[in-house]
Design a protein around this ligand. Structure first.
Ligand code: EPZ
Length: 452
């Protein structure tokens, strides 16, 4: 298993470029199921979860191709960012020979449940393995199922698989008992081909929902209110292909903003969407970091002489994101005073705490709250990743720890951070990977039209 070796002490100085949002690309790839035409997505990050979704779609009979930009020999070498950001992924679900989401794939990525709604909407049937839980919680999909049943699907469960059938889904009113991001996305994709109008209330307002809705609208769907708590959909009889550029990853951007603050650096986070970073930027400023918004797609973070404790309580968007909780906790270990970190979204999202404590942090967990006393001088240790964002927290801690930290099971990081160690190294971090660099198979690196 790959490991990261990180030597702490270097401030991060320079500019990092943010990749496309994994949590937008995943539902957008699933949306291609809704049409026989080709869907082209730009700015899809090259991360493991995307590779998993590609395999899942291919296993059903879809053609998914990643078209890398081939930079002609001798031309000024475009930066790695420019080339991957100008790649595009084409998905054609013209023939879905086997509309089954098999457990072997679903167990590695619970977001596979995002194919449930589109499969029923497109084919009238879906066999989807129930996603297991994961490190951060039980992760049920009962609200996805409840909404689909309200739209007329009959859903049975046996041998760990959901079998869903519907001649044609019917528009209806759905009020989510809890705010669920992929639940909103799944039912949105089901509703766009349903008969009549669907009114969805208590929806997730995360930007990834609006990203998906923008793609669906480009494909011919009729949607109002995406990004708000109330979404209205008028069903259509069919959708056509489209080309769409995925928004930047707000969690990757937030992670790098914390990296700049925790290392006392001067870091520009470019190609992000600062409109999606309000809660994170406000909290970093409250903790004493200097954050300047340079425009709609860039922010600069510099650390003040000392960081001060500030509490966080994770909430649905636009509140402080649960996906930034672990990263912020690493920062809180360096802040002067007591920071209370409340995790309100998932029941087990403190897996990083014990690893941070092993590095010298002073953190006590009681129920859904962790009390962090700082500043602590962190020291290097052998630590282990448990989930995607906990991994990022350990890297951030290692960047300020005294000595060389070995971080094991970094495949968790590869799920959602593109070229993480390369991006960190490019701004001064002493980090390298022991093992094989993760690079998803180039589905088809066909030479595309000459780069602009
Ligand atoms: C999405 O997960 C993200 N994943 C998660 O990011 C993110 O942490 C989460 O939203 C919250 O923002 C993707 O978008 C692929 P939820 P999702 O449904 O949709 C409960 C990362 O790090 N719930 O909004 O699965 C659930 O247990 C990942 O990139 C039900 O009870 O999360 C949780 O307590 C981790 N029944 C709460 O709702 C349901 O049917 C919010 O979950 C669905 C959810």
């Amino acid at each position: 298993m790959d490991k990261f070796v990180v030597r702490g002490g270097n401030p991060l100085i320079g500019t990092v470029h943010i990749s496309g949002a994994k949590n937008s690309a995943l539902p957008c790839m699933a949306a291609a199921i809704l049409t026989e035409d080709e869907v082209t997505l730009e700015n899809v990050p090259r991360v493991r979860d995307i590779e998993t979704e590609r395999r899942l779609l291919a296993s059903m009979g879809a053609q998914v191709e990643l078209h890398a930009i081939v930079t002609p020999a001798g031309s000024p070498s475009s930066s790695a960012y420019e080339s991957t950001s100008r790649e595009h992924t084409t998905i054609s679900c013209r023939t879905l020979t086997d509309p089954v989401a098999r457990y072997e794939i679903v167990k590695t990525m619970r977001a596979s449940s995002l194919v449930l709604g589109p499969l029923i909407a497109r084919t009238g049937v879906a066999h989807v393995a129930m996603p297991g839980g994961c490190a951060i919680g039980g992760r049920p999909i009962d609200l996805h199922i409840k909404g689909l049943e309200q739209m007329g699907a009959t859903i049975t469960q046996e041998h760990g698989y959901l079998e869903a059938r519907a001649t044609r889904l019917r528009g209806t009113q759905i009020v989510f008992d809890k705010i669920t991001v992929t639940g909103t996305e799944d039912l949105l994709m089901a509703a766009v081909l349903a008969e009549g109008e669907t009114l969805m209330e208590n929806c997730a307002r995360e930007p990834e929902v609006a990203d998906l809705a923008a793609l669906l609208t480009a494909m011919g769907a009729q949607i109002e209110g995406a990004g708000t708590a109330t979404i209205r959909v008028r069903g259509v009889t069919g959708l056509h292909g489209a080309r769409y550029r995925i928004n930047p990853d707000r969690i990757e951007a937030g992670t790098f903003l914390v990296a700049g603050a925790i290392t006392g650096g001067d870091l520009i986070v470019a190609n992000c969407n600062t409109a999606h970073l309000g809660a994170v930027i406000a909290k970093l400023r409250e903790a004493g970091a200097r954050v300047d918004v340079l425009g709609p797609d860039a922010a600069r973070v510099r650390s003040a002489e000392k960081l001060s404790a500030a509490d966080i309580s994770t909430e649905e968007y636009p509140g402080f994101p649960t996906d930034m909780q672990a990263q912020y906790m690493a920062l809180a270990t360096q802040a002067d005073g007591v920071s209370v970190v409340r995790e309100n979204i998932f029941e087990n999202r403190f897996m990083h705490v014990q690893e941070l404590v092993r590095m010298g942090a002073n953190i006590k967990v009681e129920g859904s709250a962790a009390t962090v006393r700082g500043p602590s001088q962190l020291s290097s240790a052998a630590v282990m990743c448990s989930d995607l964002r906990a991994s990022a927290s350990l890297v951030l801690a290692a960047l300020v720890a005294e000595g060389e930290t070995i971080i094991d099971r970094v495949y968790h990081m590869d799920r959602g951070y593109e070229r993480f160690e390369q991006k960190l190294s490019s701004v001064g971090a002493q980090i390298h990977r022991m093992g094989n660099v993760f690079a998803p198979r180039d589905e088809k690196s066909s030479p595309v039209s000459q780069p602009a």
